[in-house]
Design a protein. Structure first.
Length: 109
């Protein structure tokens, strides 16, 4: 597969978003664990999440989740549906939808 093929880039985005989400999981579990250590520590954590950089990171997580979901749906389509040339258009639509979902989230903050 050529590196400039849309399917290759969809593959790369899907893999990288999956790796980034896997790297995020320990941080997520640490955050949830702060609630188990008491209300004061959890409140301190929640105050930290109000920082602009953390808000931007939340947008990034939503973008990664949307991109990974779109990539997973693409893989399912490849597995279950016959291949067509218009599927590269679906990859572009999935990328645009991922960005749109994350921007809706960002604007709602």
């Amino acid at each position: 597969m050529k590196n400039n093929h849309p399917g290759y880039w969809a593959f790369v985005v899907h893999r990288l978003s999956g790796l980034a989400l896997a790297a995020f999981l320990p941080v997520h579990f640490w955050a949830l664990g702060s609630a188990l250590r008491g209300a004061a520590e959890f409140d301190s954590f929640l105050a930290w999440t109000e920082k602009p950089l953390v808000k931007f990171a939340e947008w990034g997580i939503v973008l990664l989740l949307a991109a990974h979901l779109a990539g997973g749906l693409r893989v399912l389509a490849l597995e279950l549906l016959p291949w067509r040339d218009w599927q590269k258009t679906l990859a572009a639509i999935a990328a645009a939808a991922s960005l749109a979902i994350s921007l809706v989230f960002a604007l709602a903050l």
